[in-house]
Write a protein that binds this ligand. Structure first.
Ligand code: FES
Length: 496
């Protein structure tokens, strides 16, 4: 971890796919680079991805054509292809055995109306240069109406790939500091990156975290979602490929061989962060969906991740608003590995003063008045609503005895709200429910045992430690009143 102050050419905040890729490209160009990671490498969102490498984006190409013009949609398609090829060439250069494999992709329809939508999407995809076709021959164990098929997509094991990349980066002189939390980034000459272990002075800074720090305007264009994944051994073969249904939210499915066993990985059940307490129901629904549709009877793994939806359907990659030397990469939607890689390509070019064909399209400062306007108004109205309504909302209870082991609840004690978590052994922790980003109230997430903020997606551990930005400070510890403290063993967050 970082200890003391440091001066470099480029400081990269975040050691996921975007951070490590930009670090690699800049180091290869001779820059002195430091990567600052809050936790251990790849324990964040990149480590949770199911790694579908595809040119098909979450936003349909028909929508991109109307919002960004055919030229913009063509660039979006070409940039996705380039990022897959960038990964392929890096896998080769690193000589890493990360299961990189070219596979076809199928987005399938189960109803006539879904099929009509797919037909439109095939036409739009072909118009922007993709080799898309409509097929009725879909290698799934249940009948479907048809599917959009794309060749030459890919899959791999992202963690193996990125750990190899990190190892090579360090060998080539890039500094990587784990467990170093960045608490402030100040644009300037030089920029100052303030961490909990020291300060880094850098000519340029890349914020490659899921959501960047303290960029309120940018946060108004980012909508945080939780997504769920389960995996289990396949009891009959399924042809290698990336599969997506056409439901909303859609399911994403692919087989993966691990240690000689063929597993099926299924994801979906997305919902806004912090808006549901009983998140176990999403895992249960996903398991039921998997068993119902595929030859899987035993689910052996489950996890969840955070997806940041961009307001107009494309990631935000580039200089941050008025900054001259601070860059951001965020809003990767369901295509984190390809857009993370693309971020490395675009940002390294911008920092090195080189032309990049995709920089204007993904410019983080853009405001598309038409594209996503309805969502923009709705999502930001919801943030404003949450800010007020959660303060006025009825608490979950008033007594510590109402908080069961392993559970978190918002209690109202002497007119004041307090977030209380009870460990399995009975010990209680009391913290403020006020998110340290801009003050919305956090909500308990039962399946993941975390406090989640519905406004911009910050998440905190049961005892209030930051798990996900944009918050950088832990939830404040809070004292419980004396009479309540006699009911059960109590500690406050500060006494851990
Ligand atoms: S994440 Fe912005 S207020 Fe909580």
């Amino acid at each position: 971890m970082l200890s003391g102050d440091l001066t470099v050419d480029v400081a990269v905040v975040g050691g996921g796919v975007a951070g490590l890729t930009v670090a690699w490209l800049l180091r290869r160009a001779g820059k002195r680079v430091v990567v600052l990671e809050m936790n251990r490498l790849l324990t964040g969102q990149t480590g949770q991805t199911t790694a579908h490498l595809t040119e098909l984006l979450d936003t349909p190409y028909s929508t991109l054509c109307s919002d960004f013009g055919e030229k913009g949609a063509r660039l979006a398609a070409a940039s996705s292809r380039d990022s897959i090829e960038q990964i392929a060439s890096l896998v080769k250069a690193l000589g890493v055995d990360c299961g990189f494999q070219r596979v076809p992709m199928f987005r399938y329809a189960e109803t006539d109306s879904q099929l009509r939508e797919l037909e439109k999407e095939v036409a739009a995809a072909r118009k922007v240069g993709l080799q898309a076709s409509l097929t009725r021959d879909v290698p799934l164990p249940f009948p479907v109406k048809g599917a959009l098929r794309l060749e030459n997509q890919a899959q791999f094991h992202p963690r193996t790939y990125l750990l190899a990349l990190a190892e090579r980066l360090e060998k080539e002189g890039c500094l990587i500091f784990e467990e170093t939390r960045v608490v402030d980034v100040q644009d300037g000459v030089p920029c100052r990156v303030v961490t909990d272990k020291g300060t880094v002075l850098a000519t340029d800074v890349v914020e490659a975290t899921t959501t960047p720090l303290n960029k309120l305007f940018l946060h108004s264009k980012l909508y945080p979602y939780r997504t769920y994944s389960v995996a289990g051994p396949l009891e009959a073969p399924l042809e290698a490929g990336l599969y997506y249904d056409s439901q909303d939210p859609y399911h994403y499915i692919r087989p993966q061989r691990i240690d000689g066993v063929d597993y099926l990985i299924v994801g979906g059940e997305d919902h806004k962060v912090g808006t549901e307490e009983d998140t176990e129901t999403h895992f249960a629904a996903l398991e039921a969906y998997t068993r119902r549709n595929f030859p899987v009877t035993r689910v052996t793994h489950r996890w969840s991740g955070q997806v940041i939806e961009p307001a107009d359907g494309l990631a935000y990659i580039g200089r941050n608003s008025a900054s001259r030397h601070t860059y951001v990469a965020t809003g990767f939607s369901g295509t984190g590995i390809t857009w993370g890689t693309l971020s490395g390509m675009i940002l390294s070019d911008l920092i090195l003063g080189r032309e990049n064909p995709y920089a204007a399209l993904y410019d983080a400062r853009r405001v598309k008045v038409r594209a996503g306007a309805k969502d923009f108004i709705q999502e930001n109205a919801e943030v404003a609503f949450r800010f007020v309504a959660d303060r006025l909302a009825r608490p979950d209870g008033h007594q510590l005895s109402e908080v069961a082991p392993g559970e978190g609840k918002i209690l109202e004690v002497e007119g004041k709200k307090v977030a209380v978590y009870r460990e399995e052994n009975g010990t209680c922790h009391a913290i403020s429910p006020v998110c340290t980003h801009v003050g919305c109230h956090v909500h308990w997430n039962r399946a993941e045992r975390s406090w989640d903020c519905p406004c911009h997606g910050a998440r905190f551990s049961p005892t209030g430690k930051v798990l996900n930005g944009p918050a950088v400070r832990d939830l404040a510890s809070q004292k419980l009143p004396e009479e309540a403290s006699t009911a059960s063993p109590i500690t406050t967050h500060g006494e851990e």
